[in-house]
Design a protein around this ligand. Structure first.
Ligand code: GLA
Length: 388
C-alpha cells in the first residue's frame, strides 16, 4: 500500500549541490491529482472537481547568469538535458524533459524573459498512473521559475502556462484541470473549477472524518494523451458543439439532449451526452458534498464511470474490473479517473472495508491474468509551493 518514497527537500538540495557544484536557491514542490468527478469536461469549458494528492514532485533550482538551462532528474538516470532558451521551439526537446523545459518556453512565450536555470527534479507521483505526474513536474518548475525570475504570475496564470507547455511543447491536447488542481489544491479540500471562467472554489472533502479512504487502483495499463484516443474524443466534442451551434459543449444542458439526439450521429451523440451529463454530475456532487458529506457521493461516482465506459468509451477491461470488484466488495462508489485508456480508478471505501477491497481487486486481476495493480490511499493535500 505504500507509494514510492523520495528523498526529502534537504536530500534533493544536497544532490543538486553534488551535481551542479553550487547550492540551489530553493526547493519547490507540486502535487499530482486525483479527479473526483468531471472527466473530459475541462476542454469543453465545463466543470471539474479534482484534488491535489499527497504525492508530489520536487524541484531544486538556481538561476544562472547566461541563457542555458540544465535539467536532470532522479528518475531518468544520470543524464542531463542542456538547452539554450534562445533556441527553444516545439519539437526541440523530447521525452520527459519537454515538460520542465516546456514551462520555461511557455513563460517566455507569455512575454517573460528568463535567465538560465539549473534544475534537479524528483517525484513520488507514480508515472503513467493517470495521477498527473506530468502536471506535477510542470507546476513545480512553474512556481520555482515564477519566484526565482520574479515573473509574479498568479496560480491560475501559471496553470495556463503549464497547459501551454503540455499542448505545444509536448503535443498533448489536454485541458487545464491537472495544473489547476496541482496549483490550487488545499489539504482536506477538492477544487471546484469552472473551466470557462477559471473561477475556483475550495470544497471541503473530509474523508477521514467520514470514516472513508479514497483508494487509487493503478491498473498499470499505460496511456499517452499525445496520441490516439484523447485527441479523437476532443475532436468529437468539438464536432458535436459545432453541429449543435454552440461555442462549447458547456452551453448544452441535460434538457438539450433530446434535440442533440435528433441532430447528431449516434456516436457523436453519445460523446456529447457524456460531457453534458458529467457537467451535471459535477454540480450535483458539489451540492451533495455540502449537504450530506462524502459518504453520499457513491452513486455519482458509479454513474460517471458508466458514462465513460458506455458513452465516451475511454475505459478498458482492467479499469472496469477494478471498479466492479471494488464496488462488489464494499466500496461505496468507484470510477476511472483521468484521461482514460488505462491509468487508475478510484474507489471510495469505508475504513473497515479497505483490506477486503484491496484483496478482492488483487484476486480479480490475478484470476483475469492481468498484471498486479498498485493500490494505495490518497488524501486531499496542499497545492504547489516552496519547501526550502
Ligand atoms: C487528462 C488531461 C486533463 C483532462 C483529463 C480528462 O488528465 O490532462 O486536462 O482532460 O485527462 O478529464
Amino acid at each position: 500500500m505504500t507509494p514510492p518514497v523520495t528523498p526529502a527537500a534537504t536530500d534533493l538540495a544536497a544532490a543538486f549541490t553534488e551535481r551542479y557544484g553550487d547550492e540551489p536557491a530553493g526547493v519547490w514542490a507540486a502535487p499530482g491529482r486525483v479527479n473526483l468527478i468531471g472527466e473530459h469536461t475541462d476542454y469543453n469549458e465545463g466543470f471539474v472537481l479534482p484534488f491535489a494528492i499527497d504525492h508530489s514532485t520536487r524541484v531544486a533550482a538556481a538561476l544562472r547568469t547566461d541563457r542555458t538551462v540544465r535539467v536532470a532528474s532522479t528518475f531518468s538516470g544520470a543524464g542531463e538535458v542542456t538547452v539554450n532558451l534562445d533556441e527553444l521551439q516545439p519539437g526541440s526537446v523530447t521525452g520527459w524533459a519537454a515538460y520542465p523545459v516546456g514551462v520555461l518556453w511557455a513563460l517566455e512565450q507569455a512575454g517573460h524573459r528568463l535567465p538560465g536555470l539549473d534544475l534537479l527534479i524528483d517525484s513520488s507521483v507514480p508515472v503513467g498512473a493517470g495521477l498527473s505526474s506530468s502536471a506535477a513536474i510542470e507546476c513545480a518548475v512553474a512556481v520555482a521559475a515564477n519566484e526565482l525570475a520574479g515573473t509574479g504570475l498568479s496560480a491560475p496564470e501559471l496553470a495556463l502556462v503549464g497547459q501551454r507547455a503540455e499542448n505545444e511543447m509536448v503535443g498533448a491536447p489536454t485541458g487545464v484541470m491537472d495544473q489547476s488542481a496541482s496549483l490550487l489544491g488545499r489539504s482536506g479540500h477538492a477544487v471546484f473549477l469552472d473551466c470557462r471562467s477559471l473561477k475556483a472554489q475550495l470544497v471541503p472533502l473530509p474523508l477521514a472524518d467520514a470514516g472513508l479512504t479514497l483508494l487509487v487502483i493503478d491498473t498499470r495499463v499505460s496511456h499517452s494523451h499525445s496520441t490516439g484516443g484523447y485527441a479523437d474524443r476532443r475532436a468529437s466534442c468539438e464536432r458535436g458543439a459545432e453541429l449543435m451551434g454552440v461555442s462549447s459543449l458547456r452551453e448544452l444542458r441535460v434538457a438539450d439532449l433530446a434535440e442533440a439526439a435528433g441532430t447528431l450521429d449516434e456516436e457523436t451523440f453519445r460523446r456529447v451526452r457524456h460531457v453534458v451529463t458529467e457537467n451535471a454530475r459535477v454540480e450535483d456532487m458539489v451540492g451533495i458534498l455540502a449537504a450530506k458529506g462524502p459518504g453520499a457521493i457513491g452513486a455519482l461516482l458509479d454513474a460517471s464511470h458508466a458514462s465513460m465506459r458506455d458513452d465516451f468509451e475511454i475505459s478498458c477491461p482492467e479499469l472496469d474490473l477494478a471498479v466492479d470488484s471494488a464496488r462488489s466488495n464494499g466500496a461505496l462508489g468507484a470510477r476511472m479517473t483521468g484521461g482514460g485508456f488505462g491509468g487508475a480508478a478510484i474507489a471510495l471505501t469505508p475504513h473497515d472495508d479497505v483490506e477486503r477491497v484491496i484483496a478482492a481487486v488483487e484476486e480479480a486481476f490475478a484470476a483475469a491474468g492481468y498484471a498486479a495493480p498498485a493500490i494505495f490511499a490518497v488524501l486531499p493535500a496542499d497545492g504547489a509551493g516552496r519547501l526550502a
